[in-house]
Design a binder for this molecule. Structure first.
Ligand code: BDR
Ligand code: CA
Length: 304
């Protein structure tokens, strides 16, 4: 099993990604950390605990950054609902898996204690990961790679050219992309094609209790519509871990724009080598959409 740490801000599409990871036979989720993003840190942490309680999974959880490194929080409750995960009536969460430790400390400890290299899977803003890599650079050789959902080589969903997770905390993203750790970027190029339509949502619902819950969350998810397709952004990072064949990738240099008058948070994917910099990321440029749909349905069938 591949040991991973998921850093998340649930988030309806986060919930789907976490479900797949927790029930996958190939992944071992060592730790879950939360970061302010879609909604406040307290809300996303509560959402994560609700999910774990729903599945009766006892994976340790650590709370991380309350806000971006330099900027202020923005709110995505327009996409995920007031709670950040509207649409299902969860029972009160069991909080006993919540660690006292800060996410950054918990990540450091977990990474250094592991006999195998750990893969980090950030599916929210990169604040915690930037703090980890800059505070404790000694963890770097113990990280297999960072497979993140974020960025875009095309247009944005946060700004004209910026994607939410990067645009929310560009300074953190810059630290991560310049860290020297191997990076895989699954951004909007693939997220916009990783869709769930009405028919598949009914199949998901019929599969199991998790499917019923996810179907119910889908009714409140504004990341697209069941007619035009709901965007399963965060599952794109998990899909890379479990079925790379669905992606077309390029290994190139990605710079993070932090200063632009209109473009802060843009991931400049230098496909033509204009910047003459060494590659620092494997960027997912395309996805086989039908392979993704089939994979998603199958992956969710493994849940309770
Ligand atoms: C990203 O932003 C969030 O709203 C989603 O959960 C995903 O991580 C997509 O841009
Ligand atoms: Ca997310």
């Amino acid at each position: 099993k591949k040991p991973i740490i998921i850093d998340t801000d649930p988030g309806i599409d986060d919930a789907v990604a976490i479900a797949i990871a927790l029930f996958s036979e190939e992944l071992d989720v060592k730790l879950l950390t939360t970061v302010s993003g879609n909604v406040s840190l307290d809300k996303v942490t509560n959402n994560l605990l609700k999910l774990l309680t729903f599945w009766n999974k006892r994976v340790p959880v650590a709370k991380g950054a309350k806000k971006p490194l330099l900027r202020q929080n923005e709110d995505a409750s327009g996409v995920h609902g007031e709670s950040g995960m509207d649409g299902y009536d969860f029972e009160a969460p069991d909080t006993s898996v919540l660690l006292e430790e800060h996410a950054v400390e918990a990540m450091r400890r977990t990474i250094l204690a592991s006999s195998e290299k750990i893969t980090l899977v950030p599916i929210g803003p990169l604040t915690n990961i930037a703090l980890l890599l800059s505070t404790y650079p000694e963890v770097k050789p113990h990280i297999e790679e960072i497979v993140l959902m974020g960025g875009s080589s095309i247009r944005g969903n946060y700004g004209v050219y910026s994607e939410f997770n990067i645009g929310f905390d560009p300074e953190a993203a810059k630290i991560v992309f310049e860290s020297g750790v191997k990076i895989v970027m699954a951004g909007l190029d693939v997220g916009w094609k990783a869709l769930v339509f009405h028919e598949d949502s009914l199949k998901i619902k019929a599969q199991n209790k998790t499917g019923e819950m996810i179907y119910s969350l889908f009714q409140k998810y504004r990341g697209g519509s069941l007619k035009t397709g709901l965007k399963m952004y965060d599952s794109c990072a998990i899909a890379y871990l479990l079925k790379k064949e669905m992606y077309e990738t390029v290994y190139t240099h990605v710079s993070i724009e932090t200063q632009g008058e209109y473009t802060a948070g843009t991931t400049l994917v230098d496909l033509k080598g204009y910047l003459k910099k060494e590659p620092n990321a494997t960027v997912c440029l395309d996805i086989n959409a039908s392979m993704f749909s089939e994979w998603l349905l199958n992956a969710l069938s493994k849940c309770n």
